[in-house]
Design a protein around this ligand. Structure first.
Ligand code: CAO
Length: 658
């Protein structure tokens, strides 16, 4: 048995690469090649597989840490009795031959506590480069690799990462300053500062082995140039998972052309030229290897004097030839990011397609693709608006919770922009009242129904003079029977008759989009106003019950609803709903269909009005009704027939006997 410290292998010269995922836990038994962690640069994400099998005894990294070759990953108990000598994993992604030692980790890091002056590192010989962002402030605790400043020359912008972890003691520069190599940036109080760490290591010198570039096969003098898949670390038959440009698009050098994904890594291939996409030779789903033609580009001769175009085919992304490019923190000194994001946070002016319009690394793109998320809909929370995995996860979480918890009632739904959160206290005194569960459910249901159901509402006033006379005449009998006879039981009975006469109202649309469910039963819901919110108990087999029985059920159900005693089954199975505000008042309202039902009747307050009988105006008791229906299920003519029949029955309740 031996405990070995497993370290980051050669990852193509990349420095300070972010750990975006830890794939193992302490106690896990892992085999050779099992992924331990996932690293991500702006250009590629890569699994770091175990170099040997064993039991994970300690994790030496966490998500968000920035690692370089030689950084510790974990302690592995192996059965081979070897010494503490570090095992080095083989990176899953392309790691080119150049080795990189992590000076911050290995070079003279014996000090226990020290003040570490950090200076501008070698920035490729550039002089008087603008400081466009100072990312830290005095007192900040920073990790090794955290960006401390962002510099921008006329060719490239680059983040300068901290060479060590520690606390910022003082800062010597500010935004707007112009700096060159060796200029002091800040002083860091660090527990283990090494002598060698006085300069940040942003963009080291290596022509990183990042597999992210295209081959330019034509001459540099403009015209039509062929762009091919660059050296992708020897990987063969790699999937094209995204084509970020379309024919006719104008692309800038460095804009992503395609995203490739092997089983180990995904990588963006940036354009080595600025120009117009003349033709594309590959499409999503293709499998490609180095040298495969991506497409032909019309270049307006700009390449002639542009050093970038002269880069060797396998290293074009190392060219600092385009403006507004963000160098990958791991990249060579002049390596530029393929996903530029202007320092103002504005999206880059790149060609269309989700891949080109968003600022995100391959791992984030992959996650988004797996979850079916369009990255253009998400606001990035990373530095300068970069999209990180949590942005995608939070987006999905929000969408799901608004769907499940009813936030749609007050927020977004069906792609509708969310309501802004407003601080009402700025306008006067307010109090936050908790919404009851029923109110939240109602909000969700109303939103869902309002958004899903194409509503039509039809209005009419029905003469209930005779019905009211009959109701009054029956009141005493009803009381003897122990019930209160209001207009509602009459309306229930009349609606049941209309549903039978016009069965097109007694249906639900099947979610398969192919069928309509014709119901042979007549259960009617009745909206009840309760202190906890609106509830809709369902009265069953209305067509088979008498007025007194219905009156009794109305009272029972309303009481149960107000006492919070309704069970789920009491509110299920409705074919149609009546919502009566008759006892409260109003001249009419447009009810929202209670899906999966397809229609609802709103009842307002009756009043005596003068009605022309052909010879005279006569006083008649008129009841305003409005009928909303789902126009997917019901045609206007069906609705007209249903409503007319209903009115006829209500105005002459003898017809209920027919
Ligand atoms: N016009 C005039 N008077 C009416 C009437 C109408 N359309 N409907 C009822 N009334 C009268 C009743 O006749 C009764 O008077 P009398 O005692 O003199 O007979 C009085 O109003 C009170 O009736 P009620 O409320 O006790 O009983 P109801 O059968 O009319 O209603 C119920 C029962 C459960 C529907 C009702 O209590 C209720 O909760 N309504 C609110 C429904 C609602 O909130 N709808 C909106 C949903 S969408 O937001």
């Amino acid at each position: 048995m031996a405990i070995e410290t497993i370290k980051v292998p050669d990852i193509g010269g990349a420095d300070n690469v972010e750990v975006i995922e830890i794939s193992v836990a302490v106690g896990d038994v892992i085999n050779t090649e099992d992924p331990m962690i996932v690293l991500e640069t702006d250009k590629a994400s890569m699994d770091i597989p175990a170099p040997k099998g064993g039991t994970v005894r300690e994790l030496l990294v966490k998500v968000g840490d920035k690692l370089s070759e030689g950084s510790d990953i974990l302690q592995l108990e192996t059965g081979d009795g070897e010494s503490q000598e570090a095992g080095e994993a083989e990176p899953a992604a392309d790691a080119s031959a150049e080795s990189s030692t992590n000076e911050a980790k290995e070079g003279g890091s014996q000090k226990t506590a020290a003040e570490l002056p950090v200076t501008v590192p070698d920035i490729g010989g550039a002089e008087n480069v603008d400081v466009i962002e100072v990312c830290v402030k005095v007192g900040d605790e920073i990790e090794e690799g955290d960006s401390i400043i962002v510099l921008e020359s006329d060719k490239a912008s680059m983040e300068i990462p901290s060479p060590a972890a520690g606390k910022v003691v003082s800062i010597s520069i500010k935004e707007g300053d112009k700096v060159s190599e060796g200029i002091p940036v800040l002083v860091l109080a660090t527990e283990s500062a090494g002598q060698a760490d006085t300069a940040a290591k942003p963009a080291g010198k290596k022509e990183g082995g990042q597999p992210a570039s295209a081959t330019q096969s034509a001459a540099k003098s403009g015209g039509v140039q062929s762009v091919t898949v660059p050296d992708i670390g020897g990987a063969e038959d790699v999937d094209v998972i995204e084509v970020c440009v379309a024919e006719g698009d104008e692309v800038e050098e460095g804009d992503s052309l395609v995203v490739l994904e092997s089983d180990k890594a995904s990588m963006e291939v940036p354009s080595p030229v600025t120009g117009k996409v003349k033709s594309l030779a590959i499409r999503e789903g293709d499998k490609v290897s180095m040298g495969v033609m991506i497409g032909q580009f019309e270049v307006q001769g700009a390449a002639e004097d542009d050093g970038a175009a002269e880069q060797p085919a396998e290293k074009p992304s190392a060219a600092a030839g385009s403006e507004d490019r963000k160098p990958a923190p791991d990249a060579g000194q002049s390596q530029t990011s393929t996903k530029p994001q202007s320092r103002t946070g504005q999206p880059p002016a790149s060609p269309g397609g989700a891949g080109a319009d968003v600022y995100a690394g391959p791992a984030v793109r992959k996650l988004a693709r797996q979850l079916g998320v369009d990255l253009r809909e998400i606001q990035g929370s990373g530095p300068r608006g970069r999209l990180v995995k949590d942005d995608v996860r939070n987006f999905v979480k929000n969408v799901m919770s608004s769907r499940n918890a009813g936030a749609a009632g007050v927020g977004s739904g069906a792609g509708i922009p969310a309501m802004p959160t407003i601080d009402f206290a700025q306008f006067g005194e307010v109090e936050m009242l908790k919404m009851s569960k029923i109110k939240k459910l109602t909000a969700a249901n109303m939103s869902r129904n309002w958004l899903n159901v194409p509503h039509v509402t039809q209005f009419d006033d029905v003469d209930i003079t005779e019905m009211e006379a009959f109701r009054q005449s029956m009141k005493a009998d009803a009381e003897k029977a122990g019930v209160k006879l209001t207009p509602v039981p009459f309306l229930l009975k009349a609606c049941a008759a209309a549903l039978k006469a016009e069965p097109s109202f007694n249906v639900s649309l099947h979610t398969d989009g192919e069928h309509i469910v014709q119901k042979k039963y007549v259960h009617i819901g009745m909206a009840v106003d309760t202190p906890a919110g609106l509830m809709v108990p369902v009265i069953r087999d209305v067509d088979q019950k008498g007025l007194f029985e219905l009156a009794s059920e109305v009272i029972d159900m309303a009481k149960k609803a107000r006492d919070g005693k309704l069970q789920a089954k009491d509110m299920q199975g409705g074919c149609f709903t009546i919502s009566s505000l008759g006892a409260i008042g109003g001249r009419g309202f447009t009810p929202i269909v209670n899906a999966p039902e397809v229609a609802i009747l709103a009842v307002s307050r009756s009043e005596t009005r003068p009605v022309w009988d052909g010879k005279n105006f006569v006083p008649r008791l008129m009841l305003p009704l409005s009928l909303s229906y789902d126009h997917r299920a019901i045609n206007g003519s069906d609705a007209g027939r249903f409503f007319t029949y209903l009115n006829t029955v209500i105005s002459d309740i003898r017809r209920l006997l027919l």
